[in-house]
Design a protein around this ligand. Sequence first.
Ligand code: SR1
Ligand code: MG
Length: 405
Amino acid sequence: MSRFDQYFLMEEADILEYVREKYDFFPADAQLTCKEIGDGNLNYVFRVQDPATGKSVILKHSGVETRAHSGRKVDIDRNRIEAEILQRQNELAPGFVPKIYGYDPVMCCCAMEDLKDYTILRTALLDYRTFPKFADQITTYMVNILLPTTDVALDHKQKKALVKSYINPDLCSITEQLVYDDAVGNFAGKNYVVAPLADFVEQEVYADKALRLEAAKLKFDFMEHAQALIHGDLHSGSIFVTEDSTKAFDPEFAFYGPMGYDVGNVIAHTLFALVHAEGTLPEGDARRTAFRTWALETTYQIVDLFREKFLRKYAEVVTDKLAATEGFAEYYLDGVMADTAATAGMELIRRIVGVAKVKDITTIEDENRRAELEKALIHIAKTLILERGTIRTGHDWKNVVEAYL
Ligand code: SR1
Ligand code: MG
């Protein structure tokens, strides 16, 4: 009999006892420390460390309710989905995700590698740090983890079994509501924006019928297009970086969905980082110029490198005979690029008007400047959504982004 045979929400002291009982990472006499370090909306993240050796491990533990105490119940199976997916992704893209040491379905607790030398990408970008290898690394990660999970590459029965295994209704419901419904309709009535942006959002977002129709189409595409096993929440807070390395984590929103959802998310948050620099550094500041150059180049490189690597990988992994027909890979990629543009557009709008805002914009203190930049992003977002079928290459993205920013 163990205290950990039945689920309960663990705190730091419980985690210390739990680690000793379940794992043999540390010597029995080690004076371990434990600290809760999570800052996300959903889970608890504990670092357990042996100060004598510096050795440490991360324990990610799910509660039945979000840690934000929103009253929202979220299936604790998300922890299983996350652990399994990270293991699968480590096989598909070795070195691009943290290592998983174990998963406990009773306590809904996953033990994983502590990436102590890494910084969360958003934190680094808010400090105006730039990462010249990021576009190359994140596109390798996305192509390598997405394409091999599709019907293009997998036996179709095996793929359908995966769709079933990774069905993730609670987390998908959050996305359906926050990214689609609330972004264009404020259906939950909880949206808010800074005062100088309010009229603009009423007219340009909530009252725009054409935009709402496209958002409805995109929401149903998100729900119905079981294309690839996607990360599902690949913003800059879900990515760790060093100068030389990129690792994606926190795939608890993962499910079978449109792969452009991941690519579009990455790009939306590169643009948020750009706007943060433009809104917080004075014009003419060398850091602002350097950051702008990096953020814009990175945005366009992500698109072009993804395209290039996607077509190369497609030829390598395709097993479906019809999907190998000349011209089909390009047709398939066009669909992914349209989803990429549209997702980036929805993500930009929802983070500006909705409840799940990002520090990139909330830390711009001058409300007028913030509203000006948010308007530019909303114009970009609307173009990305309404004209998504024509925005395919880095050059196409440049035309859209630099028309407003
Ligand atoms: C209630 S969760 C709010 C947001 O945080 C997550 O990271 C997802 O982006 C979600 O939409
Ligand atoms: Mg998260």
